[in-house]
Design a protein around this ligand. Structure first.
Ligand code: FE2
Length: 259
């Protein structure tokens, strides 16, 4: 078995997305945003893979996982008119089903197929299931970090996409106490505890506690994401405390010896 033919995946993906961009004119922006997200995540996961000195095969798997992780978003929106997994079931599972139905991974080794499918399936789990192989764990961590980093990019830069984050949430300007406590305990926030718009912002802060790689923390620091998110929340003593806690957590991670 030779080199992974990454161009095959790129052109398949481009064609797959094109049918949505072409047919559903009224929803074009929604598909466009997901397309751009997928491309940025693809670049980001490769950057993380390079920071770990992965070989060419590892980087090719990164490209496939990054590009395909949200494949299900297009079908999800076309069929249900929403990006809410609570309504449609996991979009990650839809991505996996599309890859299987189209036999897209058949040219990869069995172990590589398993890595791609599991990393994509787990990319939006609250936690990666325990007991998985070292490789499945590694690539799952890589896509989760890359996806989260793009989430930070979106909520601090991209105004078009920000509105989806607030879909179905109370417009009241409150946040839930349980989420403040989670953050102060260095825990990510659970979706079931997200009720208000500000909870959604707290979720973003909590993602920092689920990042895995030094490069990810460097990107958080370089882009000043913690401060920029805190500035979108009310200027209270509790929020300032959360900001200090998250910043300190990132600093500690950067100082640790791990890659
Ligand atoms: Fe996703």
């Amino acid at each position: 078995m030779g080199k992974i033919d990454i161009e095959y995946y790129q052109s398949w993906f481009a064609q797959y997305v094109q049918q949505y961009l072409a047919v559903q004119e009224s929803n074009r922006l929604n598909y466009q945003l997901k397309l751009e997200h997928s491309l940025r995540v693809r670049d980001r996961i490769v950057e993380l893979g390079e920071s770990l000195n992965l070989d060419q095969t590892g980087l090719a798997l990164c490209q496939i996982i990054g590009l395909m992780h949200d494949l299900g978003r297009f079908k999800q929106y076309a069929e249900y008119n929403t990006f809410s997994d609570l309504i449609t079931g996991s979009h990650a599972k839809i991505s996996v089903d599309i890859l299987n139905e189209n036999k897209l991974l058949q040219n990869l080794k069995k172990t590589q197929q398993e890595i791609v499918l599991k990393a994509i399936e787990y990319h939006n789990y609250y936690r990666i299931p325990e007991g998985k192989s070292a490789e499945i764990l590694l690539f799952s961590q890589l896509i989760r970090d890359a996806d989260k980093l793009d989430g930070y990019y979106i909520v601090t830069n991209d105004h078009d996409q920000r509105r989806y984050d607030l879909e179905g949430l109370s417009q009241d300007k409150y946040f839930s106490r349980i989420n403040l406590e989670a953050l102060l305990n260095s825990q990510p926030i659970e979706w079931k505890n997200v009720r208000y718009q500000f909870d959604r912002k707290l979720v973003m802060l909590g993602l920092v506690f689920d990042l895995n790689f030094k490069k990810s923390f460097e990107l958080i620091k370089e882009n000043d994401y913690i401060k920029r998110l805190i500035s979108q929340l009310p200027d209270t003593c509790e929020i300032r405390r959360i900001g200090r806690h998250c910043t300190e957590y990132v600093r500690t991670k950067l100082e640790s010896g791990r890659r």
